[in-house]
Design a protein around this ligand. Structure first.
Ligand code: DSN
Length: 422
C-alpha cells in the first residue's frame, strides 16, 4: 500500500487497523468470509475506471472490449458453476438482485411471500421498512413453534390461502436445509414464480453439501461474499425465457454502470469455486458448524431447532441466562475477539433491545484452516464469555487465547485454493 500511504495516510492506517483486527479476531459472523488475494487483486484493478452501461457487445460506451471479455467470462462461469440457463452478474448487492427480480415480473401492489424476518428471512423479502415491503403486499411464512423448523405442509397451506404473486425461499439465519423442491411444487400449485435467495448457502450449494435450487426455481439470487467467498455483490440466475426481463430490470431499470472490477473479482471467485478443493472447503464449513453446535449444546446452551445442517447456528441466550440480551452477549464476545452479531431468535419481540439470540457461522474460520479441535476450543471460549457477566478479566483471558489461535491459523495470504488443500 505504499502509494496509498503517501497519498492518504489516514485511510492507509485505517486499512492497516482493519487488517490487524481481522488477523487477531475470529470471524464468526455467518455472512462473512476472507477472500483470496487473487479476488482482491481483481477487485483493486484498473477495471474500476471503465463505464460499461449495457451488456457485452451491447454497450452505450466505446472502449468496452475488455469489459465485455470480463463480464462474458463472469456470466459463463456463473452459468457453469450453478448450472443455470442465464446469469446477470451486475447487481451491486443481494438486495439489488432481489429487487431486480421483483421489478422484472411484478407490478407494485403485487403480493410477495417470504420467510418472516424474525424467523430467519431477509429485509428484502418484504420487511415493512424495506422498499420490498413498501412496493408490494407482503405475506410471510415462519417456522413452527415446537420445532423451530419450516413445516412444508404448513407453508403450502399458507401459500394456497394467500395466493402470492411470487413465492420466496431462502433465509439469512435459518440453520436447516431448505427444501427447494417442495417450494417449487408449492409455487407451481399456486401458479406463481419461485425466487430462491441462496445468499447464505451459495458456497454450500456449489460445493455439493446443500440441495441445489436451480431445477425448482424460476429465479435464483445470491450474494457472492458469504460461503461462496467472493467479493461483495450479487448475481441473478434464471431460465432463458426470463433473461431479457431480468437484464432490463437490472439495467436500465435499477442500475446505471456496472462495476467491472467487481465483475472480474466475481469471475475469479467462481473460478476458485469450480476447483475440486472448494468441495472440501464446503464440506468442512458444515462439519465445523456441526462440531461447534454440538460443543455448545454439551456446554448446556440451547440452539434454535436443536442444531444445524448448514454453516450457521442460533444460540438461545435465555437457555442459560434469562437476563442476557443479544447486544450484551455480542459485545462481550467482541471484547474477547470473537466476532458475531446480535440476532433475534424465532418468536423474540421485535425490539432490538429485547432480542435473545446470537448467530455463529463457520465460513471464515474454515477458510483459516480450522477444524474440529479448534471448534471445541471456540465453543469453550464462547461459554466462558457468556457465563462471565462481562467480567473484564475473563474477556481479556479469552482474548489472549483467541489471539494465540489466530497466530496459529493466519488468514491465508498466498494461494487460497492451495491453502484449502493443506
Ligand atoms: N446481512 C446479511 C447477513 O448478515 O445475513 C444478509 O444479507
Amino acid at each position: 500500500m505504499s502509494q496509498l500511504e503517501d497519498v492518504d495516510p489516514r485511510i492507509a492506517q485505517i486499512i492497516k487497523n482493519e487488517q490487524s483486527r481481522q488477523n487477531n479476531t475470529l470471524e464468526l459472523i455467518a455472512s462473512e468470509n476472507h477472500v483470496s488475494p487473487a479476488v482482491l487483486e481483481a477487485l483493486g484493478s484498473i477495471l474500476t475506471d471503465k463505464y460499461a452501461e449495457g451488456y457485452p457487445k451491447k454497450r452505450c460506451y466505446r472502449g468496452c472490449e475488455n469489459a465485455d471479455d470480463v463480464e462474458q467470462l463472469c456470466i459463463d462461469r456463473a452459468k457453469e458453476l450453478f448450472g443455470a440457463e442465464h446469469a446477470n452478474v451486475q447487481p451491486h448487492s443481494g438486495t439489488s438482485a432481489n429487487l431486480a427480480v421483483y421489478f422484472a415480473v411484478l407490478k407494485p401492489g403485487a403480493k410477495i411471500m417470504g420467510m418472516e424476518l424474525a424467523h430467519g428471512g431477509h429485509l428484502s423479502h418484504g420487511k415493512d421498512a424495506n422498499i420490498s415491503g413498501m412496493l408490494y403486499k407482503v405475506a410471510s411464512y415462519g417456522v413452527e413453534k415446537d420445532t423451530e423448523m419450516l413445516d412444508m405442509d404448513h407453508v403450502r397451506e399458507q401459500a394456497l390461502a394467500e395466493r402470492p404473486d411470487m413465492l420466496i425461499a431462502g433465509a439469512s439465519s435459518y440453520p436447516r436445509t431448505i427444501d427447494f423442491e417442495a417450494f417449487g411444487k408449492i409455487a407451481e400449485e399456486v401458479g406463481c414464480p419461485l425466487l430462491s435467495d441462496i445468499a447464505h448457502i451459495a458456497g454450500l450449494v456449489v460445493g455439493g453439501v446443500h440441495p441445489c435450487p436451480i431445477p425448482h426455481s424460476t429465479f435464483v439470487t445470491t450474494t457472492n461474499h458469504k460461503t461462496l467467498r467472493g467479493p461483495r455483490g450479487g448475481i441473478i440466475l434464471c431460465r432463458k425465457e426470463y433473461a431479457r426481463a431480468i437484464d432490463r430490470a437490472v439495467f436500465p431499470g435499477l442500475q446505471g454502470g456496472p462495476l467491472m472490477h467487481v465483475a472480474a473479482a466475481k469471475a475469479v471467485a467462481f473460478h476458485e469455486a469450480m476447483q475440486p478443493q472448494f468441495k472440501d472447503y464446503a464440506r468442512r464449513i458444515v462439519s465445523n458448524a456441526k462440531t461447534l453446535a454440538e460443543s455448545l449444546i454439551e456446554k448446556g446452551w440451547r440452539l434454535v431447532s436443536g442444531g444445524t445442517d448448514n454453516h450457521l447456528m442460533l444460540l438461545d441466550l435465555h437457555s442459560r441466562n434469562e437476563k442476557l440480551t443479544s447486544h450484551s452477549a455480542a459485545s462481550w464476545l467482541d471484547g474477547a475477539a470473537l466476532i458475531t452479531n446480535a440476532n433475534p431468535i424465532p418468536f423474540d419481540p421485535p425490539q432490538v433491545s429485547r432480542w435473545t439470540g446470537v448467530r455463529f457461522g463457520t465460513p471464515a474460520v474454515t477458510t483459516r484452516g480450522m477444524g474440529d479441535e479448534q471448534m471445541r476450543l471456540i465453543a469453550g471460549w464462547i461459554d466462558q464469555v457468556l457465563c462471565s457477566n462481562g467480567d473484564a478479566e475473563t474477556l481479556a483471558k479469552v482474548r489472549g487465547a483467541v489471539e494465540q489461535l489466530c497466530r496459529q491459523y493466519p488468514i491465508p495470504n498466498k494461494n487460497q485454493a492451495a491453502s484449502d488443500k493443506d
